[in-house]
Design a protein around this ligand. Structure first.
Ligand SMILES: Nc1ncnc2c1ncn2[C@@H]1O[C@H](COP(=O)(O)OP(=O)(O)OP(=O)(O)O)[C@@H](O)[C@H]1O
Length: 194
């Protein structure tokens, strides 16, 4: 499981080499632009640098050794992915960023039996976090347009007693996942429409 992590700095002529800041892994991309070489084994890759900008994003913790083929990992466009992560970090600041492994654990590997509903965004799974908290995990369909993810996010940012609370999010490869508090009593439409 390789996450969406890259240090890609196109801001200078010798853009292939990305310098490390404190706590940030230094990587060198090869000429095909599809590989990222990790000069050393890192067990604590926690941040990414984007386009030479100063801001750093949490990028989860993953072990990496040597060379990673982004295409094999279904990460087709690393820049898009990095940009998406940045936007999510901005849009969802204050919300937890869940690791994909946490999501897999919580949903028993997206088991069918954990599905509680299906909406315009995609399937909704019931999950349980390690502390025992029940959550609703919304997994965007592969074809779900970015528009839907964004509008879901706009709604999620509303903080109100009568609006389901967004707890966090996860982006992994092509996966777009939102984690909400779980509503034990089901959907309102069941009460309204029977
Ligand atoms: N937080 C939650 N807790 C419990 N169940 C949920 C939660 N969120 C969604 N569900 C279940 O998943 C179903 C689909 O929800 P979702 O919000 O994705 O779509 P919708 O609002 O019903 O439709 P649309 O996305 O098309 O507007 C709901 O009808 C409900 O049964």
């Amino acid at each position: 499981l390789i996450p969406l992590i890259a240090l890609v700095d196109n801001s200078t002529a010798d853009s292939r080499r990305v310098k490390a800041d404190e706590g940030v892994l230094s990587v060198v991309t090869d000429s095909s632009n599809h590989h990222i070489r990790f000069p050393t084994k890192s067990l604590e890759l926690t941040k990414i640098r984007i386009q030479g900008a100063t801001e750093l994003c949490n990028a989860g913790e993953q072990p990496f050794v040597g060379k990673v083929d982004l295409r094999e990992q279904n990460i087709v466009d690393i820049e898009e992915l990095v940009e998406l992560c940045t936007r999510m970090e901005e849009a969802c600041s204050g919300f937890t960023r869940f690791g994909f492994c946490q999501i897999l654990d919580a949903t028993d590997n997206f088991s069918e039996k954990m599905i509680v509903g299906w909406g315009g965004f995609g399937k909704v799974y019931k999950g349980q976090l390690p502390g025992g908290l029940n959550v609703a995990i919304k997994r965007a369909d592969e074809h779900a347009a970015m528009l839907e993810v964004n509008s879901e996010l706009q709604l999620a940012k509303l903080q109100h007693a009568n609006v389901i609370r967004l707890l966090g999010w996860c982006i992994h490869g092509k996966e777009r996942i939102l984690v909400y508090e779980f509503m034990q009593n089901g959907s309102l439409d069941r009460y309204l429409c029977g």
